[in-house]
Design a protein around this ligand. Structure first.
Ligand SMILES: Nc1ncnc2c1ncn2[C@@H]1O[C@H](COP(=O)(O)OP(=O)(O)OP(=O)(O)O)[C@@H](O)[C@H]1O
Ligand SMILES: O=P(O)(O)OC[C@H]1O[C@H](OP(=O)(O)OP(=O)(O)O)[C@H](O)[C@@H]1O
Length: 347
């Protein structure tokens, strides 16, 4: 199974010293054994964001997947009660490293974080991670932003200037390609990486949007969801570096593939259930064809006879986002008693 080194057992801070660490190979975990009353030796390790935008959605997903655990106060590792699994709570940005090194078998993080990790220099590169599922939440875009009232309107105009970001690898890759294109090099979609970078990429860990107003940057590369933060800081987006959403990832060689498949199927069930609702209605048989076109279902609608002559009851899965329009259309073709129900889980 996976092994962890540098993950804290207590105090909620990564790599805390004085805490007994799990060691690759020996998997001897006396401290954690004491605290957790069990060992991690035979457990698949699953990394979950410990805070931030993805944290609560991940907890909801675990609950929906019947992954039962009790997290001791301030402890970043929790044993799962009903599966040979342990959850490791890590910052979203660190999860691709742990999974990429095979220390942790499974993880949830943003696609932006995986992209940032995968575009690293060879010295910090890992064997890589494998994306299993798009989870459909945590949607945002990493965008190049500049002051709304400034002179810069195109990303090329930032070449040779100061750009502040938390995503230095992706920003460097982006501007390297832009610089190569401007220099007229044939890039084949990739910069050759040999010329020194003219654009000055600086790292900040948070509140990136403040950098232009504070005179530290001419432009920034930061995440945008609603755009509220960007607009409040007087910025506007001029280019997109990467689109992101939360994803389930696995290491290249997870220790227990069957368990990985089981967890993937459970999580997929919850995600599918969130995408659809169950719609039922009654309709005269003469209008059934028209209604079927409106609610074709995921595979096909279920049609059952009613105890009333020429009337049928129909049941079909409908996309959650389309359900209001679907109800309008069903009413227009003569459907009655239209009911919409939440789906708890689906396989
Ligand atoms: N506004 C947002 N809307 C949707 N998803 C977001 C948003 N901001 C961030 N994310 C997603 O959540 C991931 C984690 O970001 P978040 O800022 O919550 O991390 P964090 O671990 O709290 O880090 P930090 O302490 O640097 O803020 C991002 O990589 C991205 O995939
Ligand atoms: O487009 P919006 O909906 O406004 O969301 C975008 C903001 O959300 C994230 O920051 P977060 O609030 O997580 O805090 P941070 O700046 O400390 O990362 C991101 O870094 C942006 O600043």
């Amino acid at each position: 199974m996976g092994s962890i080194e540098g993950v804290n057992g207590v105090n909620g801070v990564n790599g805390v010293s004085g805490v007994q660490k799990a060691r690759s190979g020996s998997r001897s975990l006396p401290f954690l054994t004491d605290v957790l009353g069990n060992s991690l030796n035979d457990r698949l390790l699953f990394a979950v964001p410990k805070k931030g935008r993805l944290h609560q959605a991940c907890l909801d997903l675990l609950l929906g997947s019947d992954i039962q655990f009790h997290r001791h106060s301030r402890l970043d590792i929790a044993l799962v009660k009903n599966l040979p699994l342990a959850l490791v709570f890590l910052p979203a940005a660190d999860i691709p490293t742990f999974v990429g090194e095979g220390r942790v078998d499974l993880g949830i993080t943003g696609r932006d974080q995986v992209a940032e990790h995968e575009s690293v220099t060879p010295s910090t590169a890992t064997t890589g991670v494998v994306e299993i599922l798009d989870l459909g939440f945590g949607k945002c875009s990493l965008q190049v932003q500049v002051p709304q009232k400034g002179a810069i309107t195109r990303p090329e105009e930032l070449i040779g200037r100061n750009v502040v970001t938390s995503f230095t690898n992706l920003a460097e890759q982006y501007f390297r390609k832009l610089e190569a294109e401007q220099a007229g090099e044939a890039t084949n979609g990739e910069a050759n990486g040999k010329a020194p970078l003219k654009t000055n990429i600086k790292f900040v860990g948070g509140s990136v949007e403040a950098a232009c107003a504070l005179g530290v940057a001419d432009g920034i590369v930061d995440l945008v969801e609603s755009g509220e933060t960007m607009r409040a800081a007087g910025l506007t987006a001029i280019s997109t570096v990467v689109d992101s959403s939360a994803i389930l990832i696995k290491s290249k060689h997870p220790s227990d593939l069957k368990l990985v498949d089981l967890i993937t199927a459970r999580i997929n069930g919850v995600i599918t259930a969130q995408k659809y609702v169950l719609c039922t209605y009654n309709i005269h048989r003469a209008k059934l064809d028209a209604a079927r076109q409106i609610t074709p279902g995921k595979r096909a609608p279920t049609v059952t006879s009613l105890e009333e002559e020429d009337w049928v009851a129909v049941q079909a899965m409908v996309g959650s986002k389309q359900v209001a329009v679907v109800m309008d259309k069903l009413t227009a073709v003569g459907a009655e008693d239209i009911l919409v129900m939440k789906i708890e889980n689906a396989r």
